[in-house]
Every structure is written in C-alpha cells, then in structure tokens.
Write a protein that binds this ligand. Structure first.
Ligand SMILES: [Zn+2]
Length: 344
C-alpha cells in the first residue's frame, strides 16, 4: 500500500466547487429522492441510521457502537489503499444517502479530502481520526505540515476514535444515547484487553530483536507504543542503486540486532524481501518471512481478522511469534484464522 508521493493539487476553491457540483448532481437523482433516503432531520425515530465510512476500521467502530441501530457501509474494503483511494460514482450516491459520514482525516484519505470537506458543508461529516489530541500524534515524514494518520496501530489512541464515533452517532440519534454509551463502554474494555495482550506478547521478544521490518510507513505508532524500531524496506527513492544501498544497510541492522523475520504487506515486492533474505544469508544469518501484516485495511469481511480487534491481535501475535517471543498460535482469544507463522 504505497502512498502516492506526488499528485497534482488543484486550487482548493475550484475543487470544492467541483466536489459540490458532483454531489449536487447525485442529490437530484431519483434514487436519492426515494422514501428510503430521508435526510437525518426527517428520519423516522425508529429507522436505522445510515452510516457511511471511508475505512473498514471506522466501519467496525460504528458497528460496535451502533449495534443494530446502524446500517454501515465502508467505501474501502480489504486490501484497498486509503492514501490513493478516490470516491467512485457509487460512493457519491452512498454518501448522499448517509445520515452520518465518518472519515479518518489526518490526510489519510489524501485523494478524497477536498470532496469530504465540501460534503461537510451540507451533511454531518466527521473526521474521527482527528479526535486524537495533537500532543499524542506523530509527525509525517512526507509532509512537514501534516501528522502521521496511522493512529489505529496503537489501541490506546484508537479508543479516542471510537469515542468520537460514539459522539457522532449520539448527535445523529439522541434517543439512542444510552445504547451507544453502553456499547462503547463494552468495546473500550475489549480494546483495553487487546492493548494489554499486545503489550505482553510483544514484550516477550528479546529487546535486541525488537525491530519491525515492513513495507511502508504504517507502523510508527505501533513502534512508539510497544518500543519497537520500525524500518521500511522501500526507501523514498526507487532508483536501483539506492535500493541496493538500503538493502545493505538493513542487512547490517538485521545481523547486529539478531532480527529473525521480515514482514510482508501486499505492496512489498518479493524481489526486495528475497534480496534481504539472501543478503542476511550471505552473512550467515537466518532471516525468514514472518507473515503478512494488516496495515491500512483489515482482513476479509466476516472473518475475525476483518474486525479491529482481530486485525491488531493478528499483527501483535504474528510479530511476537516471528521475532522470537511467545504468543498463542491462535492469538488472544484463540480466534485467529490466518497463519501467524509461516514456520520457515
Ligand atoms: Zn498507510
């Protein structure tokens, strides 16, 4: 899930007008004027609340908090890169029918930001990731004036996001406040258990080996929460010679720190991983592939890994086991369905 590093930015006011124009076009469609698409003000008290989210992690939070009072649609499914995603015509229709739109913000949805800011002028649209206090945020290596958006990697920060989802749903359906509050209390307790589990299993890895080698820059909050050094395989430059230097640098680190595994994300090229394993092998160091981590999207819908708890359980369990720590093969609750160790 490589972040696009360069894209042309149009003047904000022009894009804002274009976004609103597109949206207005969708709003006059006959579908939108059907009795099933009442605006939030006109929604019957017992009708379900239509929630549209950008990422699947936010959709999970909305389902946890909203229970059967909400009907949640996530625009970005498993394997979708939020940094590069741009709204489709189907998305615009769904957004126009939503009672509440929840997006992450913090420049995660870089290609949708202007559209969503425009939409916020006319509908309840909440950037729930921006509920994380500024002093808890990490900087962004690529944009000096932005923050690192990957706050879900630290359950302690995700608590704040879930709380913001609760507040947005209460705003949309004040009559359901007690239910949303009870659901949130229950889910926050699960998140706290997850944080304790992750902290314990990750602390079982020898200190020297607490190095997370992965594809892109999604794991800085994880590293900061659990005391791991995070290194990306792919440097900024795609130039072959620079890539080779980066591999040499990482091999030296792997040998020095006795790192046992490298992790894959769908976007890491095998070539780089192989080069790393071969390079370490040439130094007499056995490096294996530690498994696949979920970075910017959850696992398959309907699976345990397709929930926030399951996603982070999978990552923490996979990392701890692969780097020489101790964690149950099936994770915190014995519920993991995907391999947490490739057994190489
Ligand atoms: Zn990312």
């Amino acid at each position: 899930m490589k972040t696009p590093r360069s894209f042309s930015r149009r003047p904000a006011d022009l894009s804002r007008r274009q976004s609103l124009g597109l949206f207005a076009g969708a709003a006059v469609s006959p579908f939108v004027l059907s009795p099933f698409a009442l605006s939030s003000g006109a929604r019957a008290q017992n009708a379900v609340i239509k929630v549209v989210t950008t990422t699947s992690m936010i959709a999970d939070a909305a389902r946890q908090v909203g229970g059967d009072r909400v009907e949640v649609t996530a625009l970005m499914g498993p394997g979708v890169d939020p940094h590069a995603y741009r709204q489709t015509r189907t998305d615009i229709l769904a957004l126009s029918r939503a009672d509440v739109v929840l997006w992450h913000g913090l420049y995660l949805e870089a290609q949708m930001e202007e559209f969503l800011l425009g939409l916020a002028q006319k509908r309840p649209v909440v950037a729930v990731g921006e509920s994380v206090a500024v002093e808890k945020r990490l900087g962004n290596d690529d944009y000096a004036d932005r923050f690192d958006p990957h706050v879900w990697m630290d359950p302690a920060l995700w608590r704040d996001v879930v709380t913001a989802v609760r507040d947005a749903l209460i705003e949309a359906a004040p009559n359901d406040q007690a239910l949303f509050e009870a659901n949130t209390t229950r889910h926050l307790a699960e998140i706290d258990n997850l944080a304790v589990y992750a902290s314990n299993v990750l602390a079982s890895v020898p200190k020297r080996s607490r190095v997370l080698l992965s594809a892109h820059d999604a794991f800085n909050y994880f590293g900061s929460a659990y005391g791991y050094d995070v290194e990306g395989i792919q440097g900024i430059s795609t130039e072959a010679e620079a890539g080779l230097r980066r591999i040499e640098e990482l091999v030296a680190l792997i040998v020095e720190r006795d790192v046992k595994a490298v992790f894959i994300e769908s976007s890491v090229s095998d070539r780089n991983v192989r080069a790393l394993i071969e390079g370490a092998g040439a130094q007499g160091h056995d490096l294996s592939i530690g498994g696949e981590l979920f970075s910017d999207a959850m696992g398959p819908a309907g699976s345990y890994e397709g929930t926030y708890i399951g996603m982070i359980d999978h990552n923490a369990t996979t990392i701890a086991r692969a780097l020489g720590g101790e964690a149950p093969e099936l994770g915190m609750r014995g519920a993991l369905t995907l391999a947490t160790s490739t057994g190489q």
